[in-house]
Write a protein that binds this ligand. Sequence first.
Ligand SMILES: NC(=O)c1ccc[n+]([C@@H]2O[C@H](COP(=O)([O-])OP(=O)(O)OC[C@H]3O[C@@H](n4cnc5c(N)ncnc54)[C@H](O)[C@@H]3O)[C@@H](O)[C@H]2O)c1
Length: 347
Amino acid sequence: MAGATVLARLESLRGARVVVTGGGGLVGSRLAGLLHRAGAEVTVLDRMDAYPGPVHALFGVDGLGVKVVRGDIRDREVVRQLLAGADHVVHAAAYADVAACTRHPGTAFRANLEGTEVVLEETAAAGVRRLVLVSSAAVYGNGEERPGQEPQEFHEDHTPRPLSVYANSKLWAEHQTRLLLGGSAGTEYAVLRYFSVYGDPQVPKPGSHSWMVPWLTMQARLGRPMRLNGGGVQVRDLVHVEDVAAATALALTEERMAGQTVNVGTGTPTSVRAVGELIAAHFPGSRFVTTPLPPGDPLGGFASTRRTRELLRWSAGIGIREGVDRYVRWLADTPAALPDWLSESAA
Ligand SMILES: NC(=O)c1ccc[n+]([C@@H]2O[C@H](COP(=O)([O-])OP(=O)(O)OC[C@H]3O[C@@H](n4cnc5c(N)ncnc54)[C@H](O)[C@@H]3O)[C@@H](O)[C@H]2O)c1
C-alpha cells in the first residue's frame, strides 16, 4: 500500500498521543516514525537492550523527533506516567526471539506475560481509547497437522497450537487482552498476528534461528555457506517491515478492527530455500549447507488475508523479491550493520 495513501488514512491520528512499547526495536521504530509523520505525538518506551552493540542506534528512534523513554514495561510507575492522557497504545515490546525464549523461559515470562499484564492494566486504568496488541503467527504452530499436504493457509479462527515458549506467551497475551479490555473497561483492542517480518535495518540476534533474510544475506556477504535449517523446506510468509508498520498504525484507527484479531502477512508462501536462492543471485559463488531443524521451529504456512483486507483494509505492497533486493542494497551501503559477533564467529 502506497505511503501517501497510508498517511491520508491516518489523518485522525494528527495530534493524538500514542505510546509505543518496544518502539526502539525493528518494527516499533519504523512504526514510531510513521506515526510521527502522521502528526501523532509519539512516546516510545523501550529497554533498548534487545541487541548487543549499536543495533538500536541503527534503528534510529532517537533521531525521529519522538519522545524516547528508556525503561521496562514491568515498571508500573513508569508505565502509569506515560499512559496518563494517552489516546492510543501499541504494545510491541516483547522478548521477541523464539530460540531465546526457549533458552530463558523465565525472561520470556517476565517480559511477555508480567510486562503485558502491567501494560494492559494501566491501559484500562488510563482510559486509553484503543490498544493494539502485537502478536505472532507463531501461535498457529504447525496448524492443522496435515503431513504431506501443500503449505497451510492460517486462518484467524484456526485452533492455536503453540509449539514454543514464545508462541505460548503470545497466545496468553492475546487472551489476556481480550479478557481485560474491550468489555466494560471502555478501551478497545485489536490484535495483529505478524507473520515473518523482514527488511532493513534488520540485524540477527546471537543464538537466534529466526530472521532468515538478514542471516542468509550476512552469511553470503561474509563469503560463508548459507545455512538452511532442515534443508530450507520450511515455509514462511515474509512481510516487509514497512508494510507491517503501516498495518499496525491503521489498526489504531480502523473502526471495524475493534475487538478483532487479524493476520499481518502477504498471503504468499515462500520456502526458506527460495529466499536463499533470491539472496544467492546477488552473491555469485555462494552455496548452501543443510543444518538440523531447531526444536520449536514450525514447518510454517502463510496468512489468510481475507479478514485483514475486510476489517483493516490493508494488504502488503512489497513482494519478497523487491524486499530482498532492498535488503541486499542496504547491507552493501551499511557494512557496519554486520555485527562483530557474527563476523568474528566461526563459519
Ligand atoms: N520480527 C518478527 O518476525 C515478528 C513476528 C511476529 C511477531 N513479532 C512481534 O513484533 C514485536 C516487535 O518485534 P521486533 O521484531 O521489532 O523485535 P525487537 O526485538 O527488535 O523489538 C522488541 C523491542 O522490545 C523491547 N523490549 C523487550 N522487553 C522489554 C521490556 N521488558 N520493557 C521494555 N521494552 C522491552 C526490546 O528492547 C526491543 O527494542 C514483538 O512483540 C514481537 O514478538 C515480530
